[in-house]
Every structure is written in C-alpha cells, then in structure tokens.
Design a protein. Structure first.
Lengths: 71, 139
C-alpha cells in the first residue's frame, strides 16, 4: 500500500553527485532496500531517519518529504 | 535481496525440507508402518540435520555479506519482523488450543506432542513466510 508521504530523495541523490542508494543507506544507518522502499513510497521512515536523510542532503526536512493531500 | 530476507528464505525452506519428512515419518509410525525405535531414530536425525543446515546456511550467508550480517536490523526490518511474528502468534495460539481440545479425543500423549510440534512448525512457517511476503511487497 502506497504511503501518503511523497519524497524527492531520488532527485536529491542525483543532484549530489549521483549518490547511490547504498551510499545513502550507509550514511543514515539503514539497508539499501529500505532506502529503495522509501523512494518508491512503499515505506514511511521514522522521524529520526527522515531527519537523517535531510541532514545528508543539507536541506530542510519539508524539502525532502511532502504530505500527499490527495491521500 | 537483503541479508534478512535471504535469512528468512533459508529458514522457510529448511523448515519445509526437514519437517515434511519429519511428520511423514510420524504419520508412518502412527499407522504402524514403522517401529517406534526406527521412527525416533529418523526423527532425531532430521532434527540434527535441521540444526546443522540452519547453522551452515546462515554462516554461508554471513560469509558472503559480513557487514550486513553484523549490522542490527534497521527500523523497516524490525517492523517486518514484528508484523510477521504477530500473525504467527495467532497461528500458534490456534494450534495450542487444538492440542488442548485433543486431550478430550485421545489419551495418547505422543499424538498430542506431535500436534503441539506441528503448531510450532506451522507458526514458524507463517512467521518466515510473512517476512518474505512483506520484504517482497516493498521491493
């Protein structure tokens, strides 16, 4: 079931020198498969993981994640 | 496929591979096709094989992905584990209740023992199968 939270992680990875999913996973302490599930909207990360992701990209958390109003 | 998902597959397949023959062996003993001594020997051999297989296959997985094997479960893996375990618990509960009901049908302790063991095995299959389904759903 798709979660009601959209994200721009794939775009941010591409903008950060083509960071791989594995590289991002290593920096935030989850598996590559979890990063993939987050990007695909199949898993909503915890607040802690969401903040870690935002910190990796040095961007506010609401620039990384948006609530899907249609959901 | 992540290390945890591969681990779930290993356990699921190993349980099937060992406990299908195990319960077939028990059934044959129940039918009187084999002696109790032969059945017990086969049962212990299968249980030993189960332990050895689980250890060897998981060690093999860990050797191929040592960093993943040493890492603790991440939050998604923990959630998958909890969800699968919750469903498996209800399966085990039903099996336990069936075993209790069986006391009114038979006085043979061996039969009740086999039903309890079957409940545990089915619950474990549900647990690992549930983990696999949840891992695949998110892939």
């Amino acid at each position: 079931m798709a979660c009601p939270i959209l994200n721009r992680i794939r775009d941010l990875r591409a903008a950060t020198g083509d960071m791989t999913q594995q590289a991002l996973a290593d920096r935030i302490g989850v598996t590559r498969q979890t990063v993939n599930a987050i990007e695909l909207g199949k898993y909503s990360p915890s607040l802690e993981v969401a903040f870690r992701i935002a910190r990796v990209f040095d961007t506010p958390i609401d620039s990384v994640f948006q609530f899907d109003e249609r959901a | 496929m992540s290390f945890r998902e591969k681990s779930a597959w290993v356990s699921f397949v190993t349980i099937l591979a060992v406990f299908i023959p195990f319960f077939w062996n028990s059934y044959r003993q129940f039918q009187g096709a084999i002696s109790g001594r032969e059945a017990v020997g086969t049962a212990f051999t299968l249980l030993a094989a189960f332990v050895i297989l689980e250890i060897l296959l998981h060690v093999g997985l860990a050797i191929r992905a040592p960093k993943e094997a040493r890492s603790p479960r991440d939050e998604r893996e923990q959630l998958i584990d909890m969800r699968a375990t919750r469903v498996a618990f209800y399966v085990l509960l039903v099996g336990a209740m069936a075993s209790v009901g069986l006391v009114h049908v038979t006085s043979r302790a061996w039969v009740i023992q086999q039903v309890v063991l079957l409940a545990v095995v089915v619950a474990e299959l549900v647990r690992f199968g549930g983990q696999i389904l949840l891992f695949r759903r998110d892939a």
